[in-house]
Design a protein around this ligand. Sequence first.
Ligand code: FES
Length: 110
Amino acid sequence: MQQFKVGHISEFPERRGKVVKLGDVELAMFNMGDGTVKAVENSCPHKQGKLSEGIVCDGHVYCPLHDWKISLTNGIVQAPDEGCVKTYNVTVDGSGGVTLSIDGAQMRVS
Ligand code: FES
């Protein structure tokens, strides 16, 4: 498991996506407004819409292209649509530092 400090929570606008790139992996990170930050891969399983540009509501992101609703907790696409995106573990420390944890299999650094 590798950990990356990716900024301070004040750099993540509430309920809006921020793109973070680690090697070949592009993530969409969301400040949920409750002191937590969620991270998912920045590609919708439907037609690769950029989830970082989606609307966040009630713990989900709505894809900007065709409005699929995807959980930011487990990455599962909500019915009637199907699929899932990868999720990544994010911690926010007491001083607001945001750390992303990625296991080796999730990184494809070229
Ligand atoms: S690309 Fe995301 S819903 Fe179509």
